[in-house]
Design a protein around this ligand. Structure first.
Ligand SMILES: [Zn+2]
Length: 319
């Protein structure tokens, strides 16, 4: 009998919560734990992660831990060079500190890459090559699997599809550039389009406003998705707009990478076909040789917000 457990831990460090799960080799989460992310303090965040790992590993025999986190990561997967959510995390040797605190082997990976691996291994991207994942949440992340391997890149930041410029001289982005896809096609962009439309024609906004606290600032992605399902014209137009931009972005990625399948994940894909249809239509209109060359399949992710945990737990097991 192999004395190595087939269970591993996956931890997803988000901007609001730390979610940990014990995951088996088929990608099933058999136990989990959740904490708030102490975003004001990177060191405190690391001790919270260590505490989640210790609790889960005290209940299950695990040897490896995967940790999924947003931002640019050093190529050796030991620390963050940037993180959009947590203060003072840059420069801390996260990998070494977590191994020291827990006594377990730790594998650190970017959140877009972790989710892409999860969908490739257990979700909507199984057995496809290459597989590109585009995660549309507050921002836009992604990951690329080529020949069953996660592409890390020469400097560790492959798959950052949200920071490809799609508009010359466009809106300023958190990354310091202008015109990034993230500024036009993310969940934040979706809300911005809806707010703008309601500000210019308030009478048409009643339906969406009634879903939240009645204020334009209180409009959330879920309200827009719900309104779009009821046929609300402002909500549908906003999904068409982000779908148009995503199609432009994906057409560019596809021209370079020729993916077999593109998996769309993140909170915004809860809208299903309402988002997929405009993406596919835009992709077709923006693809070179479209009359003679096959298009990649564009599908919704299957694992929802557990893709990162499941993916990084598996990466930890196989690395
Ligand atoms: Zn950017």
């Amino acid at each position: 009998m192999n004395n190595k457990s087939d269970l591993s831990i996956g931890i997803d460090i988000g901007g609001t919560k730390i979610l940990g799960g014990v995951v088996d080799s088929r990608g099933t989460i058999i136990d989990s734990e959740r904490r708030d992310t102490p975003t004001e303090d990177g060191r405190k965040t690391i001790s919270e992660i260590a505490s989640v790992i210790k609790n889960l590993s005290s209940r299950h025999p695990v040897s490896e831990v995967g940790v999924s986190i947003a931002g640019f990561m050093s190529k050796d997967r030991k620390r963050m060079e940037t993180n959009p959510n947590i203060s003072n995390l840059e420069g801390i040797e996260i990998h070494d500190e977590l191994e020291k605190a827990t006594g377990l082997a730790v594998h650190l990976e970017n959140d877009g890459n972790s989710a892409a691996w999860g969908e490739f291994k257990f979700g909507a991207g199984q057995s496809t090559n290459p597989m590109l994942m585009v995660t549309v949440g507050t921002g836009i992340g992604g990951g690329l699997i080529i020949d069953s391997k996660l592409l890390i890149g020469a400097f560790g930041t492959a798959g950052e599809v949200g920071h490809v410029a799609v508009k010359h001289g466009g809106d300023i982005c958190g990354c310091g550039m202008r015109g990034c896809l993230e500024q036009y096609a993310s969940g934040n962009a979706l809300r911005r389009y809806v707010r703008g439309a309601i500000e210019s024609t308030p009478a048409r906004g009643a339906n969406i406003l009634a879903k939240g606290d009645g204020s334009i600032a209180g409009i959330e992605g879920a309200h827009i998705t719900s309104a779009a399902r009821e046929g609300d014209s402002i909500a549908l137009a906003a999904f068409s707009e982000i779908g148009e931009w995503l199609g432009i972005g994906i057409a560019g990625f596809a021209a370079v990478l020729d993916p077999e399948r593109v998996v769309i994940g993140g909170g915004v894909i809860d809208a299903g076909e309402i988002l997929l249809d405009p993406i596919k239509s835009s992709l077709l209109r923006h693809s070179p040789m479209r009359s003679s060359h096959p298009m990649p399949e564009v599908v919704a992710a299957k694992l929802g917000n557990t893709a990162g945990i499941v993916g990084v737990a598996d990466l930890a097991r196989i690395n």
